[in-house]
Write a protein that binds this ligand. Structure first.
Ligand code: FES
Length: 227
């Protein structure tokens, strides 16, 4: 297949025509923050708005996870506009997130923490107010715990749960009330979960965590190609 040539921050990159910009950039060593993207998810959710980039000739920044590559394209990763919008998107995520990192099972293994340190952004709210959710934690399942107060609504668990053929998890409600939950909020132990743990393996934060002593190795290996 004939490859196309495009540029990221002035560096020439070759790719399949129509390849996805986010994955191509990451696979070529360029860092674009992302939280909701999954390699198999088509169309992408594009919900976190962290992967904003600028493309020469476009009037506004675009999400890299929804962009396909074409010949001669010039992509700019860290312009003042992308930085400003990305910082706001990051703070919006934090405004709904329980930021008790020290007591979180994913502390030091959390993608929000990783993005914060890569971009030099503090895990603190500066301009926005924290909106505590105070939702009940579901620890009914024998293998894992779901804490919706830590969910960043990335949709990865919803997508992978549907991919597994169970579709136990889904979005409910709208706007500020949007939530990942089971049908009618049924406890996970009674919701028809097949215990594959794929949702736990793809969760970027501490919303879905394995119970002590439960190994995620098999589930992580099964979904490694998706993240
Ligand atoms: S990774 Fe593109 S919007 Fe989340």
């Amino acid at each position: 297949m004939k490859l196309v040539t495009f540029a990221i921050d002035g560096v020439e990159v070759k790719a399949r025509p129509g390849a996805n910009l986010l994955w191509t950039a990451l696979d070529n060593g360029f860092y674009i923050p992302n939280l909701c993207a999954m390699r198999g998810a088509n169309p992408p959710f594009a919900s976190c708005r962290l992967c904003l980039v600028e493309i020469a000739g476009r009037s506004a920044p675009v999400t890299a996870c929804t962009e396909t590559i074409h010949d001669g394209m010039a992509v700019h990763l860290n312009t003042p506009r992308t930085q400003r919008l990305r910082n706001t998107a990051f703070e919006l995520l934090l405004s709904h997130h329980d930021l008790d990192c020290r007591n979180c099972a994913k502390n030091r293994n959390c993608e929000l923490q990783d993005i914060s340190s890569r971009l030099g952004l503090k895990l603190k709210l500066r301009r926005l107010r924290h909106i505590p959710l105070e939702l009940p934690v579901d620890s009914s399942h024998p293998l894992f715990i779901y804490d919706p107060n830590k969910c960043v609504l990335c949709g990865r668990c919803v997508w992978v749960c549907h991919e597994q053929g169970t579709g136990v998890l889904d979005f409910a409600f709208r706007g500020i009330d949007t939530l990942v939950t089971t049908l009618a909020g049924t406890p996970l132990a009674d919701a028809g979960c097949n215990s594959c743990l794929a949702c736990v393996a793809v969760c970027p934060v501490g919303a879905l965590v394995a119970k002590p002593g439960v190994s995620l190795d098999e589930a992580k290996a099964a979904v490694a190609h998706l993240i």
